[in-house]
Design a protein around this ligand. Sequence first.
Ligand code: ATP
Ligand code: MG
Length: 138
Amino acid sequence: MERTFSMIKPEAVLGCVAGKIITRIEESGLKIIAQKMLRLSKEQAACFYAAHKDKAFFEELIENITAGPVIVQVLAGENAIEEYRRLMGAANPAAAEENTLRRLYGISIEKNAVHGSDCPETAAREISFFFNQLEIIK
Ligand code: ATP
Ligand code: MG
């Protein structure tokens, strides 16, 4: 069993497709073992996306992720990191495979509906950024 971190981004929550995304996650076989909704401050968003701080799109990234509430989750399953990234599809919705979350619900590369951890180290960091042990189902 592996864990990954998932975020349903503001454009998806504000666009009222969060329920559809959650349904797709449930249907994929990944188990949702923690979930909550919150709105990030600019400071919290900059900390969460610290790895991207030197990128040209950093400011826009912070604007987008703080534009409304997000739903954050911990997902569990065999190869959960890879499985969830497969379900999400490529970062650019136009290049994402058919039937992936980003192809279905992403608006643009900047507003691509969902985020998922890219490796075990990132998953551990991102999960502990949002959740304490009491909030994660054993
Ligand atoms: P994520 O980390 O969100 O799962 P990813 O790993 O596919 O997506 P990253 O390269 O880590 O993509 O970029 C993080 C986020 O920054 C992307 O989800 C996207 O919203 C935004 N982003 C990535 N590349 C660009 C770009 N060229 N222009 C604008 N925004 C971008
Ligand atoms: Mg990434």
